[in-house]
Design a protein around this ligand. Sequence first.
Ligand code: IPD
Ligand code: CA
Ligand code: CA
Ligand code: CA
Length: 264
Amino acid sequence: MARTALLNVMVQAAMKAGRALVRDFGEVENLQVSRKGPSDFVSAADRRAEEIIRAELSKARPAFGFLMEEGGEIPAEDGQHRWIVDPLDGTTNFLHGIPLFAISIALERQGQIVAGVIFNPVMDELYTCERGRGVFLNDRRLRVANRNALPDCLIGTGLPFLGKGDHGRALKELRHVMPEVAGIRRCGAAALDLAFVAAGRLDGFWEHSLNPWDIAAGLLMVREAGGFVSDINGKDTMLETGSIVAGNEFVRAQLLKLLKNAAE
Ligand code: IPD
Ligand code: CA
Ligand code: CA
Ligand code: CA
């Protein structure tokens, strides 16, 4: 399916920033790195990529606003559109030389996510979606996996970093979910976790304490691939609460049940 002009703008921005990330990844040991918290790293690569994305998107659509991980908010002049940008999802992987990281860009229109791009420039995997038009990995249309027996399912999650999130809850949840499923993955990039659910690579995914830029593009991708996304209470408030549970209808429902048991 041909991409709309808007999606093309997002793809061009992600690819240009991706080239910068690949250059920085090749010299990762020389990058300037600082901490926002005990284990919350930010590098010159995050900032450079974000600057490229901001410049490209605002050149193409000057009236749109921004919510960016590093640069914060820029209000929309048109009062309707906002780009939600994670310039480098998986910074910790990136800084350790692990090529599992991505750029995530979502477009919100009147409070609703209408398009998303997630790009892993090392694997050259470009995920794109628009509301009602499906989701693609490069040129291939994606569907979520159709496994429905948990012992067959590979499930992704995110675990809290040092000094961040609820470690006790994470351990309890693992104790409930791990014995029921084929295996668990902690990939280290929430945007990619969701793209992997859309691609049917992971059967399901859950995590807490995420920010809108981690999940805005990915949650639309899962839905456009025929999957289901909610927060831990089954509500459609992932962008506000930061908790997310995703999968096909069956897997998401089963995960919700196990996570509810873990909370009791
Ligand atoms: C992080 C990644 C990670 C998740 C963290 C996020 P960042 O994003 O998505 O998988 O567990 O909660 O903060 O900081 O690398 O963009
Ligand atoms: Ca970060
Ligand atoms: Ca992120
Ligand atoms: Ca980031």
